[in-house]
Design a protein around this ligand. Sequence first.
Ligand code: PEP
Length: 256
Amino acid sequence: MRTPIIAGNWKMNKTLPESVAFVEELAKALAPYSTVERVVAPTFVSLAAVSSVLANTEIAVSSQNVHWEDSGAYTSEVAPVMIQDLVEYAIIGHSECRAYLNETDEKVNKKAKAALAHGIKPIIAVGESLEQNEAGETTSFVGGQVRAALDGIPAEDMPKVVIAYEPIWAIGTGKSASGEIAQNIIGGTIRSVLIDLYGDAVAQQVRIQYGGSVKPNNMEEYMSQPDVDGALVGGASLKVDAFTDLVRIAAEVKGS
Ligand code: PEP
C-alpha cells in the first residue's frame, strides 16, 4: 500500500521570518497525522531555517527546484550538493518553471537523476495546457513527459520518485479537474506508462499526486480515487488551517 503524500509548494511566498513562524505552527497542527507523509517546499532562502525547525518532526522539507550540476557558472541556480542535507525532496518540472524558466523535458530528466544521485527524492510535475487538453492530446503529452523525465532512471530508484499530475489549466485558477479526470490520467495514463517502463510491481509502488486548485472542499473527491496518492498544493498550503484540513482528509480517506 502506498503512503499518501501531501506536499505544500509555497512558490514565491513567505519571507524568512514568516516561513519560520509558519512551520512552527504547522508542525504542531500536522503532528497527529502520521499516516500521511507531510512535506513543505519553501523558497531557497528559507530552506535551512525551515529544515532546522522541522528537524525533530516528521514533516519533510522539499526545495522547489534544483540544478543538475554540483557547481559552476550557473548564476542563480542551486546545486543538489548544496541542499542535500536540508531537504528530503525536490520539486522538479513544475509548470511555472517549465513556462518561465525554460525547464525542458531534458532538463527535468537531468535534474531528477542528479537529485537521486544526491539522496534527494524528486517530485516530478507533469501536466498539459488547456489547448492540449481541448485538442485531446492529454494522454500523449503527459505520457511523453513522464517517459522523458524518467529516461535512464533505474527501477530500484522508482520507489523514491513521486509524480505530480498537475493540469496547467487547473493551477492557481480555481478550476480543478474532477476526481474522475484525475483518476483517468493518473491511473490510466501515468501508471500505465510506469507499468510499461518498469513492470507492474514497481509501478504500483510509485506515488502519484494530483495538483491544481486542491482545497479542503474537493480533497475528499481526489483522495477517494484509487490511483491518487496525495496532492501537490499551492495556494491552500499557505494557511495552516487549510493545509492541515487537506492532510486530515487524506488521513481519513487513505491513512490506514
Ligand atoms: C502548485 O503550485 O503546484 C499548485 C497546484 O497550485 P494551486 O494549488 O494553487 O493550484
